[in-house]
Design a protein around this ligand. Sequence first.
Ligand code: FES
Length: 158
Amino acid sequence: SRRSYHEKVLDHYNKPRNVGSMAKGDNDVGTGLVGAPACGDVMKLQIRVDPDNNTISDVKFKTFGCGSAIASSSYLTELVRGMTLEQAARIKNTEIAKELCLPPVKLHCSMLAEDAIKSAITNYYTKNPKARKTDLGGTGAAIPKVEVETITEGAATA
Ligand code: FES
């Protein structure tokens, strides 16, 4: 029940920050769409990147899921705004879980947010391969591969 949610979760749940969508086709937009196999909840996270300094200038989310997933994505949008892609790619779900005081059973909800930002960054790099090089100091090294569940219509819930 909602009584078991921490007040920080409720605050984000009742007043979610940065809900919405961006035009997926825009070249400066990266879209991440991920799902949690454990419960079937789905999160879409989009970032707009300033190509001059590789920082996240805008961020929007839509989450179809539990209160902790909504709170995790809402908090994540506040966290990543203004970050470089490299910084945002290093965010760990444990950071989110700690801020929101998520209990162990809700850890996977914060994992969804970590997956979503990584997926959005990967999508941006796919559209803008040169940005990846810039971000890594010109080494051209690949960022760590992120395993992302691709959401297909009618995807089964475990
Ligand atoms: Fe699955 Fe929260 S219960 S995302």
